[in-house]
Write a protein that binds this ligand. Structure first.
Ligand code: LCS
Length: 396
């Protein structure tokens, strides 16, 4: 596939990006180069590859042909300069921080963010003198107020995990750049099908590909996409040395999952567009937050910034945590499990699960109430999903 994919839609790109017919065999599906190392023809070639004077593979932690296809595919979909694949989404986040931040630097981040992304900053990177402040990034004044002279990175997750609150990427990119800081966006919840942060001024995009990009709940994986070659060059040494690299077989599975990204995202979204109003109308539901509902505080921003509201919904059952637990203990078709963005519907309780490592005070400030339930709507039949919720609510 040598033609320029830029002229095609993201839907077509998700099927064709990174796909090249294998020159040696004609194989249409990508070969799995399950090797840790690559032979040099002579000492000069080995030295040239290490010196960067010759392109070519050296050692799989530093690069691998199967992994490279996935890096190319996701970079194409995001519209970035390159991809750097990692063994997990946390590997992607930690690699960016390790690569770009120094002792004395400060990060401003979204308060409602995947719990460990915040905890690793506050508990671990702080031990190396890297400071952080997490604020409600849907409030631009709060972003401005949190900036310090030492702020070098602004980290935004939108839609946010687990509250599904949205932040205005274009406005925050302007604020960050005026300040001389870079912006990193975690695009996991939207996927490149629904949101393209580079078109809004972002510098680096990251993904937990464990979620929508792979989509089959069978791989943990991450990706960093820098917007420029210069940023790629700044991140690449940390990517090679930190060790959060990707295995070729893992890359092959994600390449396979990626081919159905667009259809999975759209089917799950169609389902969520039916489940969210059902929840909102249910007498046992206290509140629902879904970007596709008029009641979402940033419904207008969702329409402007995203190509669709996605398939993550947060809500609270009347009666708080006990009532929510009754619901979760009684679903039959939905699976009580963390993670999201898979083909099947997963439901969980963030305060006691994904966001349990955050303090209760930080959670409440971030809008993660004690009774909040998060559901990642999958690709089952919408009537079956609503029926499952109906029977579970009857037991609450
Ligand atoms: N970013 C977001 C937005 C996430 O939701 C997650 C994981 C990560 C980064 C980290 O990626 P990982 O290392 O797991 O590939 N989110 C999870 C969640 O909400 N439930 O379980 C994992």
């Amino acid at each position: 596939m040598s033609h320029d994919l830029k002229k095609y839609s993201r839907i077509t790109q998700s099927i064709h990006a990174g796909q090249h017919v294998d020159e040696a065999t004609g194989a249409v599906a990508p070969p799995i180069f399950q090797t840790s190392t690559f032979a040099f023809s002579d000492c000069r070639q080995g030295a040239d590859r290490f010196a960067g004077a010759e392109d070519g593979f050296i050692y799989t932690r530093m690069g691998n042909p199967t992994v490279a296809r996935l890096e190319e595919a996701v970079a194409t979909l995001e519209g970035g300069a390159a991809g750097l694949a990692t063994g997990s989404g946390m590997g992607a986040f930690c690699t960016v921080i390790f690569a770009l931040m120094n002792a004395g630097d400060h990060l401003v981040g979204t308060s409602s963010v995947y719990g460990p992304s915040r905890v690793v900053m506050e508990r671990d990177f702080s031990r190396f003198g890297i400071e952080s402040t997490f604020v409600d990034t849907s409030d631009l004044d709060a972003v401005r107020a949190a900036l310090r002279p030492s702020t070098t990175l602004v980290f935004v997750e939108t839609p946010a995990n687990p509250t599904v609150v949205l932040s205005d990427l274009q406005a925050i990119a302007e604020i960050a750049h005026e300040h001389g800081a870079l912006m990193l966006v975690d695009n996991t919840f939207a996927s490149p099908i629904l949101q393209r942060p580079f078109e809004l001024g972002t510098d680096i995009v990251m993904h937990s590909m464990t979620k929508f990009i792979n989509g089959h709940t069978d791989v943990v994986a991450g990706m960093i996409v820098p917007s420029t070659d210069e940023l790629r060059a700044r991140i690449k040494p940390a990517h090679s040395y930190l060790g959060a690299c990707m295995d070729p077989h893992q890359a092959w599975l994600v390449l396979r999952g990626l081919k159905t990204l667009a259809m999975r995202v759209r089917t799950a979204q169609d389902n969520a567009r039916r489940v969210a109003p059902f929840l909102e109308a249910h007498p046992k539901v206290e509140w629902v937050r879904y970007p596709g509902l008029d009641s979402h505080p940033q419904h207008e921003l969702a329409e402007r910034q995203m190509d669709g509201p996605g398939s993550l919904i947060s809500f609270e059952v009347k009666g708080g945590i006990e009532a929510g637990a009754r619901l979760l203990d009684n679903v039959e078709l939905m699976t009580l499990a963390v993670s999201l963005g898979g083909i099947e519907t997963l439901i969980q309780h963030p305060p006691s699960m994904t966001h349990a490592a955050m303090s209760r005070e930080d959670r409440l400030e971030a809008g993660i109430t004690d009774g909040l339930v998060r559901v990642s709507i999958g690709c089952e039949d919408a009537d079956d999903l609503i029926g499952d919720l109906e029977q579970a609510f009857a037991k609450v």
